[in-house]
Design a protein around this ligand. Structure first.
Ligand code: F6P
Length: 356
C-alpha cells in the first residue's frame, strides 16, 4: 500500500535532524511503498505550499550533516489561530496543503513550539507524528532529545578550553551556555567541565554567594574561577520581575546573562572577570555518535508508527526504550530542571554552587 509522508523541521536547528530524517526515510522505504514530500522551512512551507517530492538519493550522505536539509523557521508563532495583518488563516492553510498533497501522515521534527502546532494539527484531524529535537532537552516525556548530547559535548569542550587559559591568567571566566528557559545544557556541561558555579534559570541566584566562591578560591591561591551560566539565568531580584520587565531591563543595559554576572563579580570582588559566549557554535556542525544513534532510532520508530497507523504521538526515549507519548500530553509542557534533580545534588555534593 502506498503511503505519502510529509516531513518538516521546525524551530531552532540542531545536530541530528538530518540523521533523523534519514532514519524515517530509510525505514519507510524498507517497510512500505513510501513517497516522501519534503516541506521547506518548517510550517512556513506547509502554509505557503513550498515543498518538493524527494528521491531516495536525497537521504544519502546526510547522517553526519549538521543543520537540516529541509530548512527551518520559527513560523507559526504565538497566536496561531489569530488571523494577522496578512489575513492568512494559517491553520486552514496548513490543512489545505495537507489535503491537497493527499498526505497519509505529517512528521514534524522540532521542539516545544513545534509540538504545540503538531498537537493542534492533530486535533484538527491530521495524522501527525512528532520527533523531539532540541539542544535544550526540555521536551516533556522523553529522557533526552536529539541534539542535546552533541551540544553538551561542544559546551563541555568550550569550558575545558577556557579552563586552561583561565588558570594561566588567574581570571574569573563566566561562560554563557544556551538555554533560555531550561538549564539542562548548562547543568550537564558545567558538571562535565568542572565548573565552580552553575547558574540556571530554574534556580535564581544570589550574586553575593557566587562572589564568596570567587573570593575563597582567590584566597586559596586558586586564583581562577569557572562559572557556567545559562543565557536565561537570573538573580533573585530579576526572578521577581515579569518576563517582559526582565527582558526590557536586560535590553536597556545591553547585558547578556554572562556579562551581567562578570560585571557584578568585578565590582564585588575586584577580580578580572570576563564573559565568553559560544552562542550558535553549540548548535552547529556534525552530530555526535550518541545523537546519530538516537536520531536514527527515533526516525525508525516514527516509520513503524506510520506502518502501524498510530498517529497523534511523539517519539520518546524512556530508560533504554524508544517509545512514544500522546502529543496532547507533551504540547505546551516544558521539562525544566527540578531544583532537587539528582545531578544538581550531585554537583552540590562536590562543592559546585548554584547561588541559591
Ligand atoms: O532552542 C534552542 C536554542 O538554541 C535555545 O537554547 C536558545 O535560547 C534559542 O534556541 C536561540 O534561538 P535563535 O537561534 O532563534 O536565536
Amino acid at each position: 500500500m502506498k503511503r505519502r509522508i510529509g516531513i518538516l523541521t521546525s524551530g531552532g536547528d540542531c545536530p541530528g535532524l538530518n540523521a533523523a530524517i534519514r532514519g524515517v526515510a530509510r525505514a519507510a522505504y524498507e517497510m512500505f511503498d513510501a513517497e516522501i514530500i519534503g516541506i521547506h522551512d518548517g510550517y512556513r512551507g506547509l502554509i505557503e505550499r513550498d515543498f518538493s517530492l524527494m528521491t531516495r538519493s536525497q537521504f544519502s550522505g546526510i547522517l553526519t550533516l549538521g543543520g537540516t536539509i529541509l530548512g527551518t523557521s520559527r513560523t507559526p508563532f504565538r497566536n496561531m489561530r489569530v488571523i494577522g495583518e496578512d489575513n492568512v488563516d494559517k491553520v486552514a492553510a496548513m490543512k489545505k496543503t495537507y489535503k491537497e498533497l493527499n498526505l497519509d501522515c505529517l512528521i514534524t521534527l522540532g521542539g516545544n513550539g513545534t509540538h504545540k502546532t503538531a498537537n493542534l494539527l492533530s486535533e484538527e484531524g491530521l495524522n501527525v507524528i512528532g520527533l523531539p529535537k532540541t539542544i535544550d532537552n526540555d521536551i516533556f516525556g522523553t529522557d533526552f532529545t536529539f541534539g542535546f548530547h552533541t551540544a553538551n559535548d561542544i559546551a563541555t569542550e568550550v569550558i575545558d578550553r577556557i579552563h586552561s587559559t583561565a588558570a594561566s591568567h588567574g581570571r574569573c571566566m563566566v561562560i554563557e551556555i544556551m538555554g533560555n528557559k531550561a538549564g539542562w545544557l548548562t547543568l550537564y556541561s558545567g558538571v562535565a567541565g568542572g565548573a565552580d558555579a552553575i547558574l540556571i534559570p530554574e534556580i535564581p541566584y544570589d550574586i553575593n554567594k557566587v562572589a564568596e566562591v570567587v573570593q575563597r578560591r582567590a584566597e586559596n591561591n586558586k586564583a581562577f574561577t569557572i562559572i557556567a551560566v545559562a543565557e536565561g539565568a537570573m538573580d533573585k531580584a530579576e526572578a521577581k520581575l515579569k518576563k517582559k520587565e526582565r527582558e526590557a531591563r536586560r535590553a536597556a543595559e545591553h547585558f547578556s546573562a554572562s556579562a551581567y554576572v562578570a560585571k557584578q563579580l568585578t565590582e564585588l570582588v575586584g577580580v578580572e572577570a570576563r564573559s565568553v559566549v559560544p552562542g550558535h557554535i553549540q548548535r552547529g556542525g556534525t552530530p555526535s555518535a550518541y545523537d546519530r544513534v538516537l536520531s536514527t532510532q527515533f526516525g525508525v520508530h516514527a516509520a513503524k508508527l506510520i506502518r502501524d497507523g498510530i498517529f497523534g504521538v511523539t517519539v520518546a526515549l524512556k530508560g533504554n526504550e524508544i517509545t512514544h507519548n500522546p502529543l496532547s500530553e507533551v504540547a505546551g509542557v516544558a521539562k525544566l530542571v527540578p531544583p532537587d534533580h539528582q545531578l544538581v545534588t550531585t554537583a552540590k555534593s562536590i562543592g559546585i554552587i548554584f547561588g541559591d
